[in-house]
Design a protein. Structure first.
Length: 271
């Protein structure tokens, strides 16, 4: 970090995009020392990750997350609750200790949360899946995890897979459409982080990654678009080539002097 660029205040950043858009490589540019929750085993492919492990600026966290049965869809879950307890206990310590904590991925954190709670319920009675009304407890636990970085003023960077956004379908009269007794939904055409539904609301920053290919040289370049900013609306929609923490900080430091200056500049441009 150069002395001319002010560091960002500790915040929650979500990074999501297609596979291969260097999401984890971007995440580990945040301030160190950092703890990386390598929950899917792919973090070691990130640029600079193994070097960070070697110089101890990155501490890797791995947990024995069970694989669900490949032959019995509704088999009773085992080990998920134990993995959830071990992971969350470690997080409580790491948010007090490190400058940055990375979840790779937040998609997996949410999946483990749900499975751990289902395992709890299965210990009382045979169950196949959670009912919609039972998601209150997993939601509460995720909200609790997201409160930790704010409490300890630590950066949290959450890497997510992306998925299609779905919305309820209504008829021309504005009434919800139903099929087989269940509300109908359809894709909106928008892509969103896959996982906990309140991810966007709880994030200060949301970066959407993609790759652009130069048609002349056929070279690929990673980009990230700011979809949500903890520093003001002027940042929304801005794109960054070879995205990083420092690059984001540079963009923040290029902000308008104040809102009235930006408003006046917009009025002049409109006139």
């Amino acid at each position: 970090m150069t002395t001319e660029v002010a560091e960002l205040i500790p915040s929650i950043t979500t990074i999501y995009g297609d596979p291969g858009t260097i999401k984890t490589s971007i995440a580990i540019t945040w301030p160190r020392p950092m703890a990386v929750y390598n929950l899917e085993g792919g973090a070691s492919r990130a640029w600079g990750y193994n070097e960070g492990i070697a110089d101890k600026s990155i501490v890797e966290r791995k947990f024995a997350i069970p694989v669900k049965s490949l032959t019995e869809r509704w088999a009773a879950l085992t080990g998920h609750l134990e993995a959830w307890k071990a992971m969350t206990k470690q997080m409580e310590t790491d948010f007090k200790t490190f400058k940055t904590v990375v979840w790779d991925t937040g998609t997996m954190v949410w999946a483990l949360d749900r499975d751990a709670y289902l395992q709890e319920l299965q210990q009382e009675k045979a169950r196949k899946q959670l009912l919609q009304i039972e998601y209150g407890e997993p939601n509460r636990r995720m909200n609790g995890l997201y409160s930790l970085p704010r409490a300890y003023q630590t950066h949290l960077v959450v890497v997510h897979h992306e998925t299609d956004e779905y919305a309820q379908v209504f008829d021309p009269m504005g009434r919800p459409m139903v099929e087989d007794g269940r509300p109908m939904s359809a894709t909106t055409g928008k892509r969103i982080p896959e996982g906990f539904k309140h991810t966007l609301a709880l994030s200060d920053w949301v970066l959407h990654t993609h790759i652009e290919t130069n048609p002349d040289t056929n070279e690929d370049t990673p980009w990230a678009t700011v979809e949500k900013s903890g520093y003001g609306l002027y940042m929304r929609g801005k794109s960054m080539e070879w995205p990083s923490y420092e690059g984001l900080a540079v963009m923040v430091n290029d902000k308008p002097k104040n809102n009235s200056d930006k408003f006046e500049a917009g009025v002049e441009a409109d006139n």
